[in-house]
Design a protein around this ligand. Structure first.
Ligand SMILES: NC(=O)C1=CN([C@@H]2O[C@H](COP(=O)(O)OP(=O)(O)OC[C@H]3O[C@@H](n4cnc5c(N)ncnc54)[C@H](O)[C@@H]3O)[C@@H](O)[C@H]2O)[C@@H](O)CC1
Ligand SMILES: [K+]
Length: 509
């Protein structure tokens, strides 16, 4: 699914009116009816007190039209207008007039802090104050209103956007934003919904297809692409009948050090579980027996160093390298890593200590083959790129780094984002149970296995992240979030690939 910016969506609204030869009033009627139906489906006419807060732009117009439908269906609705400006939109005014045809209880105009009504825990609040037209932080008495809405224990439903949230630019610190329980968002979720510092405001969210012009949407370059089950299906490469293991590549996993040989086990076994034709684990010699007994499908090569790497002495042809999990960052390891990287011409996967080594030895970055995939968690990312002050800035730093060095960054998180140049792919699978030791080692094995199987590195990263998350979702149905551990996630990669084609939407735990 394409994620469009607020500006692109406003443009799409205009094009839609022209192409479909409808008035903006008609489009708003369509939109409000779609939202009303969703709310009505859930409330089923329940006599709950509903307070609808409407701004004076088109988001407020949506709120007024939804209010009208609710009143006509017998709901207990009270409408408030945040009367913050004389510049009311035309559609707001149209729907302000229309609501007066269905009730004598006209909307209450709020002009200052003293006008803010009491909001009770049992209320439902519908937030239609600002949508994608927000162009500055909410301040003054309106910020008090937002605070009061958030502090009430009411169930809060935001229309299109939680009011006060920026769709796709950095949010000024401490700005007043509605903290929605649920958001009905139009055409596509907004980029801010997926970032850790701003996503909390959207609550659970649901996309409503409001029928924007498909040609405009198709021809518009998105700010990011959401990788859903359907998108992952399209990337998957089925095997051919007469193929043999040589067709599916040879992954070399350079990982582990004394006390962290498990990282090599997890990464190498994930590579074999994801279908690499052959996998060799290159480990310090203390890891040999551990690997050979715990993963018999994986071959080993041992380094001269017994507890950590001291060199890179591999004489294999045509392997794809995955390097970094658990290797440490001592001087000997840095030289071994540098030698390994220099020797590669094909894209590699670099994780964990491999990324830490690059951060501490920036001159090595030029030796990383083009289109290699780096899979940092936020701590590693900060060491690589420096500090950021918002989730949006984190993305900008990542895009700059990716473009400058021609490398792919996989920014791990609740919604892992793969960055390639200025393109971003947001993952839609996975769960909080996957925040467990070793799950990153598994991901590096999954992605390198896909590169060995001739997926383009970017698609290997995007698909690998999706399938890793989907494996976690499937595993959580048996093990719960708490019972998930990295080895289990790895064992569920195969079932997750099967599941891709069983459901149109992946089962998120
Ligand atoms: N025909 C259309 O254009 C459609 C619009 N739709 C709705 O329209 C919304 C966008 O409407 P608008 O573009 O009118 O924008 P909004 O309704 O989000 O708000 C715009 C108004 O608020 C003012 N404003 C912005 N930030 C402010 C702040 N911090 N404090 C005080 N005032 C502020 C602006 O100057 C403007 O007057 C969408 O989010 C969606 O809900 C949907 O109904 C789909 C169709
Ligand atoms: K809103």
């Amino acid at each position: 699914m394409k994620l469009l910016t607020a500006q692109q969506l406003a443009e799409a609204d205009k094009v839609t009116l022209l192409k479909q030869n409808i008035s903006s009033e008609e489009l708003m009627e369509r939109v409000s009816m779609l939202v009303f139906n969703k709310i009505h489906e859930r409330l089923g006419g329940a006599p709950v007190p509903i307070k609808i807060f409407c701004g004076i732009g088109n988001n407020g117009g949506d709120g007024l039209a939804i209010a009208r439908h609710m009143i006509q269906h017998g709901y207990q609705v009270k409408v408030y207008i945040t009367n913050c400006s004389k510049h009311r939109s035309e559609d707001f005014l149209t729907h302000y007039d229309k609501i007066k045809n269905v009730t004598k209880d006209w909307p209450t105009l709020l002009d200052c802090k003293d006008d803010i009504p009491v909001i009770n825990g049992g209320d439902i609040v519908i937030d239609a104050i600002f949508g994608i037209g927000l162009n500055r932080p909410i301040d003054g008495w309106m910020a008090d209103l937002i605070k009061q809405i958030n502090e009430s224990k009411a169930f809060i439903v935001s229309i299109d956007m939680p009011s006060g949230l920026y769709a796709d630019t950095a949010q000024p610190a401490d700005s007043a934003v509605v903290r929605a329980s649920h958001t009905f968002t139009f055409n596509n979720p907004k980029l801010s919904f997926f970032l850790p510092d701003t996503g909390v405001f959207a609550g659970s969210f649901e996309v409503i297809d409001i029928g924007l012009d498909p040609e405009f949407v198709n021809n518009t370059e998105p700010i990011a692409t959401l990788i859903t089950n359907q998108a992952a299906q399209a990337i998957y490469k089925p095997r051919t009948k007469f193929s043999h293991k040589g067709d599916y590549g040879h992954t070399l996993v350079m990982a582990g050090s004394k006390g962290k040989i498990g990282a090599a086990v997890l990464s190498a076994s994930a590579a074999i579980n994801t279908g690499s034709g052959k996998v060799t684990a290159y480990v310090p010699s203390c890891g040999n027996n551990i690997l050979q007994t715990s993963v018999p499908e994986v071959m080993t090569l041992t380094d001269a160093g017994s507890e950590h790497f001291e060199g890179f002495d591999v004489e294999l042809d045509n392997y794809n390298l995955c390097v970094g999990p658990g290797i440490g960052t001592g001087d000997a390891v840095v030289s071994a890593f540098a030698k390994a990287i220099k020797q590669q011409s094909a894209p590699v996967v670099i994780d964990a200590d491999g990324i830490n080594i690059l951060s501490a030895n920036k001159k090595l970055i030029k030796d990383v083959p083009e289109s290699s995939v780096l899979t940092p968690h936020d701590g590693e990312l900060e060491r690589l790129l420096g500090k950021w002050s918002s989730g949006m800035e984190r993305l900008e730093l990542a895009k700059t780094f990716s473009s400058k060095h021609n490398l792919i960054l996989v920014l791990k998180g609740a919604h892992t984002i793969t960055v390639s140049g200025t393109n971003m792919y947001i993952n839609d699978s996975g769960n909080a149970g996957m925040a467990t030791a070793g799950s990153g080692d598994v991901l590096s094995g999954v992605i390198s296995s896909l590169i060995s199987q001739k997926y383009e590195p970017l698609m290997a990263a995007v698909f690998g992240v999706y399938i890793h998350g989907a494996a976690g979702d499937l595993a959580a149905q048996t093990y719960a979030h708490e019972g998930l551990k990295a080895g289990i996630i790895s064992n569920f990669v195969g079932p997750a690939i099967l599941q891709l084609f069983r459901n149109d939407t992946a089962q998120r735990a």
